[in-house]
Design a protein. Sequence first.
Length: 285
Amino acid sequence: MAESAGITSFLETVDVESGERRILAQFDYLIEAPNWTSDGKTFIYNSKGRIYCFDIASGESKEIYSSFAIHCNNDHVLSPDNSELAVSHHTKEDGQSRIYIFPLDGGDPVLVTPMGPSYLHGWSPDGHTLAYCAERKGQYDIYTIPAIGGEEVQLTDTPGLDDGPEYSPDGKYIWFNSVRTGLMQVWRMKADGSEQTQMTFDESNSWFPHVSPDGQAVAYITYQKGDVEPGDHPANKHVEIRLMSSVGGKYRTLVQLFGGQGTINVNSWSPDSKQLAFVSYRLDK
């Protein structure tokens, strides 16, 4: 989602059982993609290229120092032990997104993916591996790379966009979204890329599956068919956050909202799997 004047961002939570929504804060500018820290006390979000932490108790935000990495998008992911933060930062040299890691308390970023563009989405539960979407030779596929850097491994190889790879809590699966069957749908594969399996089949475009910490449910965002191109996830659309079982089956709509890009790009489940955090928006004239 591009930086935008004339927009109000609402940082919200929703109870996954009751559907009750709660606005924790509103901002008269763009914020995106809240990560919920494992202690349940803080959200991490991005705004205007920088990364911030939001203290839930006080309602106060502060910037996390990231040295030169001040062109970050909404692809930030916390390490399993919450000591580090991985980000997609658009490098000064060519403007392409590359993945960097720095301490969650702030510090100097370390480059992980020399090649770009690379868009981060997942960190394996054992802390060893990052999963991301990357464009190589004109095609967007899903890759993994050691968190300390090294050789990337290509997991998908189909025409069209594969995106949003995120590990299940047990590390056995990577969930992702793919346009390979026409509309954007939620898929799942083994962590080594085998057994790629379609998990949603409805007539809409579904993005960014996030598995709950207890491994039981999957939340994702859905655009109406015909409202967007299948390979696009723009801002400022009427969308839904849906829930389904992690073994597949029917979905239920949890939230209807005005948003899209920036709403739930990252895993924003609460540690107890009872709530989701997200961002909704209002265009101000």
